[in-house]
Write a protein that binds this ligand. Structure first.
Ligand code: ATP
Length: 311
């Protein structure tokens, strides 16, 4: 049973169809990437899933039942892009307050805060004010306040913005841990390399509509162009266009080839061997999510620069 099911959700503003008939389904433990260009409708969709906006129409099923914001909100942790911490309040006190708002008792909340603060090396922050923290430190704190009550659904909007590589890794590891322990994660970002690394499943939204839905692997397979990078053992004996493949680029003793329709990989290798060309390595090149994103959103062909493909 999915943890979250959104069916035909719509939210129109006066001049804008912000979410225009979106349906999607998220399984428990999934790390789900909600992607789309600026203004696509991601925040509006998230605001409906978190009970901030009522949908104009459509339904949200959370944990098997119609979504009931008053009760279900305690099972959700949302880290919005605009961070919402009280600048003047002391960090320990504030974290405790936010945890209690999410339904934790004072004792349990204090224990959990201590565990998280120890894990993130934040123990010395307890009596500091938020305004005394750097942007990245505030980000870590916001992450802790989002996940402290062990929500079933964690929604993270650009969780890595402003974080250095060490802290990014720390948060990334925690995202994997949360999913491993059964939390479901919705992860919204414009950084496609993070999506490739972290997400199991993605949905791409554009102009209020869903334009892609699948696992990262499936989506890449769907957009593949039958391109291969072949590294040859000897320089100088490069093949030419032929009936099995066409040459799309060369770099040193590596070539990028495109398999012709109806041909298979063995035929590529057989052709090269028949010409006495020895092969050091042979790899399929799948498009990056970044390329797919741009192609789908802009409707432009993949602008691949072959000389820049390194692996
Ligand atoms: N409260 C509002 N009133 C009127 N229009 C709105 C409101 N909120 C969002 N919109 C419009 O709805 C559309 C979708 O906005 P939304 O914030 O959901 O996009 P987004 O995908 O989150 O974008 P970004 O990546 O830039 O955060 C935009 O055209 C926006 O101008």
């Amino acid at each position: 049973m999915p943890l979250l099911e959104v069916k035909n959700l719509k939210k129109y503003f006066a001049t804008q169809k912000a979410v225009d008939d979106i349906s999607l389904s998220i399984e428990p433990g999934q790390i789900f990437g909600l992607l789309g260009p600026n203004g696509a409708g991601k925040t509006t969709l998230i605001r409906m899933i978190t009970g901030i906006f009522y949908p104009d129409s459509g339904s949200i099923i959370f944990d098997g039942k119609p979504f009931d914001p008053a009760n279900d909100i305690a099972k959700i942790g949302y880290m919005p892009e605009e961070r919402g911490l009280y600048k003047k309040m002391k960090i320990g006190e504030q974290t405790l307050y936010l945890a209690q708002l999410k339904g934790l008792g004072k004792k349990e909340a204090t224990e959990k805060i201590k565990q998280w603060f120890a894990r993130f090396e934040m123990e010395s922050w307890w009596n500091k004010k938020v305004e005394d923290l750097s942007k990245g430190m505030q980000q870590k704190l916001q992450f802790v306040t989002t996940v402290l009550h062990s929500p079933k659904l964690v929604i993270l909007d650009e969780p890595f913005s402003g974080l250095d590589p060490v802290n990014s890794n720390l948060i990334k590891d925690e995202i994997f841990n949360l999913a491993k322990n059964g939390s479901t994660i919705i992860f919204s970002t414009h950084r496609m390399e993070q999506v490739e690394e972290i997400c199991d499943h993605i949905v791409l939204v554009n102009r209020g509509q869903k334009i892609l839905d699948g696992t990262v692997g499936q989506v890449k397979q769907d957009f593949k162009e039958d391109l291969y990078k072949i590294t040859l053992t000897e320089k100088g004996v490069l093949p030419e266009d032929n009936e099995v493949f066409s040459i799309k680029g060369t770099r040193g003793n590596s070539i990028i080839v495109q398999k012709r329709d109806g041909r298979n990989n063995n035929e590529i290798l057989q052709y090269l061997l028949s010409k006495g060309i020895l092969i050091e390595s042979f790899n399929e090149i799948l498009p990056s999510l970044n390329e797919i994103f741009i192609r789908q959103v802009e409707g432009t062909p993949l602008a691949r620069r072959f000389q820049e493909i390194d692996n």
